[in-house]
Design a protein around this ligand. Structure first.
Ligand code: ADP
Length: 428
């Protein structure tokens, strides 16, 4: 009986010990579970720096270690992905061209700010992920992209928008990496080539104009030479008149070629040789060169210098050319018995030079065009007075190379006022 009681006692004792141990284990397990839940919640809140703080041994310890390592890998992978994304968006942002990538259904996979602006993407929608039909408002380009979608052959096109912006658009298929015949979308590269096209047009216009301008006097010269050759008995007066025409047409050719060369030289080299140039001294040289023309038309050529010691940092010949072109034009386009005044003074840290005439004036609609090469308000009049149509284009280029501006005010039949402003950094 006593033996039975002892056995029973031991059984109860062992059961109590097992119960206590199980309870302790359950409490510890619960604590670890709570830690797991807490950490996993933090991870799902993107707090990847959080780690399990479990110092358990055995399988639980192994699990905690593996869990922490998993977070570590996840953390570094996400940091890498974020860095790559940042790199990609920075590159896309820095590209001056518009870049757009779409999937096979026309959903936007990638687009940079430049492309959003060029394609007039609606500002109120999230662009990425949306269909091009919903966000692109530049109809002409949208039409081309839709036409190209899922095409296998790259394409390059030029589009002029309603606002006269010229875009060069390259459309290329996107192939699934390493698998050449599976297309997953298109990549579109848009470049604004408005300025380039304008320059090309200007260049070809210039070539056409030059050829035309050179052809006119040449045709006239060869015509008169031919006439003189064929008519040996031509009377002396007619012969002299013809020779006179040949001479003046040759002079015109020479002036034209000189002006064309000067213009291209200035365009290429800017203000090459810089000197400290006295405006007054240069003006007096121009005065000596032109006053006889003014006298012939009984035009008073007046001048007023606030400070005769004013100096400009620039190329002497070019500065002389500016003054000469403006004074020469004023005399050419002013009828007899009037006056012309040249004023030079300092204002707001700039040198101002005004050439004011009482001439024929310039119609308002032509005012903005007179600085273009070969633009002449009245072609016949310009030709009669020996103009090449390049004087003001040359003048504007020189003034620009000095960092200055040239403006004109004019009233038809009353006269014109040309104002050249040269900023302080360019005078001494
Ligand atoms: P051009 O050699 O024909 O004078 P410019 O380039 O010097 O060429 O001038 C361009 C045109 O601007 C001239 O043909 C003329 O119609 C007009 N113009 C220039 N200066 C004057 C002026 N002072 N008064 C009236 N018209 C002018």
């Amino acid at each position: 009986m006593e033996e039975l009681i002892t056995i029973m006692f031991f059984i109860i004792l062992i059961s109590v010990i097992i119960a206590i141990l199980s309870l302790r284990y359950t409490i510890r397990l619960r604590k670890y579970l709570e830690e797991f839940i807490y950490v996993s919640k933090k991870i799902s809140n993107k707090e990847f720096h959080t780690r399990l703080n479990i110092s358990a041994k055995g399988e639980l310890g192994e699990l905690a270690k593996n869990f922490n390592e998993m977070i570590e890998i996840m953390d570094s992978t996400i940091t890498e992905v974020e860095y790559n994304h940042l790199q990609m968006t920075s590159i896309l942002k820095s590209i001056s061209q518009g870049i757009l990538a779409i999937d096979i259904d026309g959903n936007i996979m990638l687009i940079n700010e430049e492309a959003k602006r060029m394609l007039k993407c609606s500002k109120y929608k999230t662009i990425e992920g949306n269909n091009i039909n919903l966000v692109i408002k530049e109809e002409k380009i949208l039409k081309e992209i839709l036409l190209f979608k899922s095409s296998k052959k790259s394409k390059k096109i030029e589009i002029t928008t309603e606002e006269d912006i010229v875009y060069e658009i390259s459309l290329d298929p996107i192939y699934l990496q390493d698998i050449n015949n599976i297309i997953i979308g298109s990549i579109i590269n848009i470049e604004d080539i408005t300025e380039k096209v304008k320059l090309e047009n200007m260049r070809s216009d210039f070539v056409a104009n030059v050829s035309h301008e050179l052809k006119t006097p040449l045709t006239s010269i060869s015509g008169f030479v031919e006439t003189l050759k064929l008519n040996e008995n031509i009377d002396i007066n007619t012969r002299n008149r013809f020779l006179g025409i040949i001479e003046s047409e040759s002079d015109r050719l020479k002036r034209l070629i000189e002006d064309i060369l000067l213009l291209s030289f200035i365009e290429k080299k800017g203000n090459a040789l810089l000197d400290s140039v006295s405006i007054y001294e240069v003006f007096i040289e121009v005065y000596d060169m032109t006053s006889y023309m003014a006298r012939e038309k009984n035009i008073k050529l007046l001048y007023e210098f606030e400070d005769k010691s004013l100096k400009v940092l620039g190329n002497r010949d070019y500065i002389k050319q500016v003054i000469l072109n403006l004074v020469d034009n004023a005399i050419k386009y002013t009828p007899e018995n009037n006056k012309i005044c040249v004023e030079v003074f300092k204002k707001d840290e700039s040198i101002i030079m005004k050439v004011i005439d009482q001439g024929v004036g310039i119609p308002q609609e032509d005012i903005n065009r007179i600085f273009e090469r070969f633009y002449r308000v009245d072609k016949a009049r310009s030709r009669d007075v020996g103009g090449t149509g390049l004087g003001l284009a040359i003048t504007k280029h020189i003034v620009k190379s000095l960092g200055g501006t040239i403006k004109v005010k004019s009233e038809l039949g009353k006269g014109s006022e040309f104002t050249v402003t040269i900023p302080s950094k360019n005078f001494l």
